[in-house]
Write a protein that binds this ligand. Sequence first.
Ligand code: NAD
Length: 290
Amino acid sequence: MKIGFIGLGNMGGPMAANLVKAGHAVTGFDLTAPMPDGVTRAATAAEAATDAEVVITMLPNGAILRSVAAEVIPAMTAGAVLCDCSTVDVDSARAVADQAQAAGLGALDAPVSGGVGGATNGTLTFMAGGADAAFATVKPLFDIMGQKAVHCGASGAGQAAKICNNMILGVTMIATCEAFALADKLGLDRQKMFDVVSTSSGYSWTMNAYCPAPGVGPASPADNGYKPGFAAELMLKDLNLSQQAAVSADADTPMGQLAAELYRRFVEDEAGRGMDFSAMLPRFERRGRA
Ligand code: NAD
């Protein structure tokens, strides 16, 4: 397949590399990032999109997606599919899909879970929103870049799934960290806390698979000085997206709102920027109740 790929950063670079390894012809464009081996560099985003059957974007945010889409959509061939894999707000995802469909193109929002490791190893999970035909066109590419692709519904449904998942993740990480900090102050050994909670009703992915306490549970960023992993500022970005969506949809999400506020303080005022999102645990340890 002839593929245009725009945004070849930490995630997009290895995703594009896996498409090349599987035998696809990939033309890439990025403002700064180098092209992986085998990806042909285009001079502009429009050039990368010209003649492509599928154009994949992997960009930082919704505003950048909208501006790239405005450039790329007129350059695409009717019937081709624009597939955005970035994590962006639901409104931007739907607006770009509407523009693409009005131009006779297929459109998917297909954000991913699995991080840079998943992008490199081809084990991402894709959650897609858009028409059946567009999903069917891109599915073979999802199968190369990932291990699972769920068609969640119409345009925007992929982003909805992503931000709801990550709202649970942020809330659960905070709950796990504050419980460890309380357990410390109650004199409970951390390993005993893990042994109980990981097999009791308080278990979760954040406790069992990504434990925020160093030396406890499977290896995680906590064992590496809280080097990300999944950076606190990316968690904040996703929590802000969930709150933006909650306002726009008139949904009551008090825990998500509080999680967004705690990560905002952590990133902006409490030296959390550049730390893994599980570094909420030392943050709680440092603090008393006041
Ligand atoms: P990144 O900053 O490493 O990559 C983004 C790339 O987009 C950069 O190389 C940048 O130069 C390029 N870019 C920016 N504006 C551009 C433009 N106008 N035209 C062309 N290229 C442009 O970010 P990343 O970690 O690869 O994340 C990309 C997306 O994936 C984000 O939406 C992020 O939320 C999401 N995501 C990231 C992770 C992760 O663990 N890093 C996990 C899941 C989802």
